[in-house]
Design a protein around this ligand. Structure first.
Ligand SMILES: C[S@@+](CC[C@H](N)C(=O)[O-])C[C@H]1O[C@@H](n2cnc3c(N)ncnc32)[C@H](O)[C@@H]1O
Length: 245
């Protein structure tokens, strides 16, 4: 039995993030047309999609491969009065099926790691119009030489995690102009993600007390939270804002 989706359903978000950070990243885009076409990649339940819909008069296609997240986004967009501008679509980021130069903005919070940071930068670029923007948030080392425990944890769970400057170099090497970058605040890990997730895990622990596999899944999720609690000075989510030349 895999309870991954029971753990993750109906959480506010599926990765660290918050509306203020989405707005901060969007504010760095200086040349957005009045009605931009936006693709939100790996949208999850769509907190950032809805915030983007409130920030622009454009149209947003939001892609994800987990249909319940897309259904949740649709429900939330209706409740927030922005469903006319958001089109949830079940499509993989690994094979995005849109004409070249279709979008003014590609947006992806906490999801580019699935395709890989460098591969995402390169393979998504053709979807952007000239002068279009790519905005992503990515898990990064904030300091060199992390303690062994946290180093080993991420070596196992995300071996491709890089330092901020290494990703900035990849951005330049991939043909983008850097517009800016910033580290998300620690509150964006807790308020919309780890705090509600921890509560969910505690409830599921009671429900599945006799299920060893479920308890293992719960332990794995709790370990990630504990590692962040101990080592949040060493790694974090970083927003990167770039423009195709
Ligand atoms: C860590 S979550 C981030 C979700 C959301 N952007 C947020 O910040 O709350 C990653 C998302 O990518 C989705 N995903 C996984 N594989 C995918 C793929 N191949 N193509 C598109 N989305 C994918 C997952 O279903 C999940 O919603």
């Amino acid at each position: 039995m895999n309870i991954f989706f029971e753990i993750h359903q109906n959480l506010p978000r599926e990765a660290p993030g918050d509306n203020a950070s989405t707005r901060q990243a969007f504010s760095l885009l200086t040349n957005v047309p009045p009605q931009p076409k936006i693709l939100d990649i790996g949208c999850g339940p769509g907190m950032q999609t809805i915030e983007l819909a409130k920030l622009t008069d454009g149209q947003i296609i939001a892609v994800d491969t987990h249909q319940p997240f897309l259904d949740e986004l649709q429900r939330r967009a209706l409740a927030e009065g922005v469903s006319d501008t958001i089109n949830p679509l079940n499509q993989s980021m690994l094979s995005l099926d849109f004409a070249p130069h279709s979008f003014d903005i590609l947006w992806s919070e906490g999801a580019i790691y699935i395709i890989g940071f460098e591969t995402g930068l390169k393979s998504w670029q053709t979807l952007l119009k000239t002068g279009g923007y790519l905005v992503v948030s990515e898990l990064c080392w904030l300091q060199p030489n992390p303690p062994t425990e946290v180093k080993q944890f991420w070596q196992t769970n995300y071996p491709d995690m890089k330092a901020i400057d290494d990703n900035l170099q990849l951005i330049e090497a991939s043909g983008y102009r850097q517009i800016g970058h910033f580290v998300l605040p620690e509150s964006s890990w807790w308020d919309n993600y780890y705090t509600p997730l921890k509560k969910r895990l505690e409830n599921l622990r009671q429900k599945y007390s006799d299920e060893p596999q479920a308890n293992q899944d719960i332990d794995n999720e709790l370990q990630e939270i504990e590692i962040y609690q101990k080592y949040s000075d060493w790694y974090g989510y970083v927003f990167y804002i770039m423009q195709v030349q």
